[in-house]
Design a protein around this ligand. Structure first.
Ligand code: SAM
Length: 176
C-alpha cells in the first residue's frame, strides 16, 4: 500500500518538534511522503540527514494550500484517512482499510475544520480519547502494516543497526 501523510493545523511553525516527530514516525513506520505547510524548512533538512544516514528516500513536500492538496490526492484516487478521536474505532475499520491501494493520512495540530471530516473517506479514532497525532499515526501505520515495517531494511543507508540485547552495534556501510 502507498501511504502519504498530510499534517494540518494553524500553529505548525510554533510546533516544530511535534511536526518533526510526525515526519520521523511517518518515515520509520512505512509512509513514503509527508506534506506540510507553514512548517520550518529545517524539518526537511533534518529528515534528509536521517535518510542519508539510516536509509530510504522518504520525501518531505512543503505545500502552499492543504485544501488543494487534499482535493488533488482525492482525484488521484487516494483514500483520505483522517485521524480523529471522534471517528470510527480502528478496531472496527482496520480490515477494510488494509484493502486500500493508496491512502493519504491526515493528522491535525489543533482544531480541525469540519470540511476535513466531510472530504475524508475514513474518519478513524485510535480509541475515542484525546492523545496525540504522533501516537495516533504510529498506531494506525502499525495496524495497517501489521508491524512488518519494523523489520524492513531501508535502502541506501550509510549505517545499519545490528540489534543486540545490550549495548549498541552499528555497521558502517560506506566504503572509505
Ligand atoms: N481537539 C482537537 C480536534 O478537534 O481534532 C484534537 C487535537 S489533537 C492535539 C491533534 C491531533 O491528534 C488530532 O487532529 C488527531 O489527528 C490526533 N489525535 C488525537 N487523539 C486521537 C485519537 N484518539 N484518535 C485519532 N487521532 C487522534
Amino acid at each position: 500500500m502507498k501511504i502519504e501523510v498530510l499534517r494540518i493545523g494553524q500553529r505548525l511553525v510554533r510546533d516544530d518538534r511535534v511536526t518533526t516527530h510526525v515526519a520521523l514516525v511517518s518515515r520509520a513506520f512505512g509512509a513514503s511522503k509527508i506534506l506540510m505547510y507553514d512548517a520550518n524548512p529545517e524539518i526537511k533538512d533534518t529528515v534528509s540527514k536521517v535518510n542519508k544516514m539510516w536509509g530510504s528516500d522518504f520525501q518531505v513536500e512543503i505545500i502552499e494550500d492543504w485544501k488543494k492538496a487534499l482535493r488533488s490526492k482525492k482525484s488521484d484516487l487516494y483514500k483520505i484517512v483522517h485521524l480523529t478521536m471522534y471517528g470510527e474505532n480502528i478496531n472496527t475499520i482496520e480490515t477494510e482499510l488494509k484493502k486500500e491501494d493508496k491512502i493519504l493520512v491526515v493528522v491535525g495540530a489543533e482544531k480541525v475544520p469540519r470540511e476535513v471530516y466531510d472530504i475524508a473517506d475514513y474518519n478513524i479514532a485510535i480509541g475515542n480519547q484525546p492523545h496525540s497525532e504522533i501516537s495516533a499515526l504510529a498506531i494506525l501505520l502499525d495496524r495497517i502494516l501489521d508491524g512488518k515495517q519494523l523489520q524492513k531494511k531501508l535502502g541506501n543507508a550509510q549505517r545499519e543497526i545490528i540489534p543486540t540485547k545490550k549495548g549498541k552495534r552499528v555497521m558502517n556501510k560506506t566504503i572509505d
